[in-house]
Ligand binder design. Structure first.
Ligand SMILES: NC(=O)C1=CN([C@@H]2O[C@H](COP(=O)(O)OP(=O)(O)OC[C@H]3O[C@@H](n4cnc5c(N)ncnc54)[C@H](OP(=O)(O)O)[C@@H]3O)[C@@H](O)[C@H]2O)C=CC1
Ligand SMILES: O=C(O)[C@@H]1CCC=N1
Length: 269
């Protein structure tokens, strides 16, 4: 059974729900997507723009779906689960993308034996470049994991991890795009300071980040080695590297990942 043979229902069409919907539709235009949310205008916009089925009734979306993606805030997940419990019949696979919320907490709210998979994707799903990590719940079958991986690999890259690493992944790739957007803006600011126009500065900054990321992924070389390839003796780059190191750039990014992971753990308590 392939992903395209499944009907997928989204509970919550906020930032991440919409991002996943757009990414999945871009790679599987023929797939059946259903979505519900409490905010009707957003649903109507998605229906108009993307032609997906929408409802303000979660149970209707679940009834029409084989795979149910939970894309509501972690803080309200428990109450949403209590309300939909009886619609989640044994034939359905539940996928939660909620930060911090352990599989066990989800399974506790649903009927015994419910198949749950937990995923941490990121907002780059919108452009099919998400970095996702997937782990199986107690009752998830091998086929469930294949379906989940197929879904998240169709919108970027996806790996399987043990659940204990989900908070680390949340701190790194789940929250990560938000660390990089200000970097791109700040790089562009520097070039604007030196006289470049804003639009070209943003294009060059974003392409620089994209190109550097692609080199790490495609060459398999260590990032330090790649950095050395740019850094000529007594050249321009090493002057910039010194000032970045003086600013504590490495500690800043390490601490960002650790802080987000810590918050993810808090959300699970
Ligand atoms: N944003 C991101 O980059 C990422 C988010 N996540 C996870 O994805 C989940 C969603 O996050 P995000 O999209 O940012 O949050 P949003 O608040 O943007 O989206 C949640 C949506 O759910 C709606 N909603 C609230 N109550 C219900 C309900 N009872 N039934 C159906 N829909 C409801 C909200 O409506 P209203 O706003 O009117 O309350 C909102 O539209 C979270 O669990 C988060 O941890 C994971 C990875 C990345
Ligand atoms: O900020 C958050 O809580 C969510 C989870 C990961 C990214 N955004």
């Amino acid at each position: 059974m392939h992903l395209t043979e499944k009907r997928i229902g989204f509970i919550g069409t906020g930032k991440m729900g919409e991002s996943l919907i757009r990414g999945i539709l871009a790679s599987h235009s023929e797939i059946t997507l259903n979505a519900s949310d409490v905010y009707k205008p957003a649903l109507e916009r998605l229906n108009n723009e993307l032609g997906i089925n929408v409802s303000t009734d979660n149970t209707e979306t679940i009834g029409d779906s084989d795979v149910v993606v939970l894309a509501v805030k972690p803080q309200i997940l428990k109450s949403v689960l209590a309300a939909i419990k009886d619609s989640i019949t044994a034939d359905k696979l539940v996928i939660s993308i909620a930060a911090g919320v352990p599989v066990a907490a989800i399974e506790d709210e649903l009927n015994e034996g419910t198949r749950v998979v937990r995923v941490m994707p990121n907002i780059a799903a919108t452009v099919a470049e998400a970095a996702s990590a997937v782990c199986a719940g107690t009752n998830a079958t091998d086929e469930d994991m294949v379906i989940a991986l197929e879904m998240f690999q169709s919108i970027g890259s996806a790996i399987t991890i043990p659940e204990k690493l989900m908070d680390a992944v949340t701190g790194l790739s789940g929250s990560g795009p938000a660390y990089i957007f200000p970097v791109i803006e700040a790089l562009a600011d520097g070039a604007v300071h030196e006289g470049l126009d804003r639009a070209n500065a943003i294009t060059l900054a974003a392409q620089t980040v994209l190109g550097a990321a692609k080199m790490v992924l495609e060459t398999g070389m260590h990032p330090g080695e790649l950095k050395d390839m740019v850094t000529s003796p007594a050249g321009t780059t090493i002057r910039a590297i010194r000032t970045l190191e003086e600013s504590g750039i490495r500690a800043a990014f390490m601490n960002a990942v650790i802080e987000s992971s810590t918050r993810s753990k808090e959300l699970g308590n």
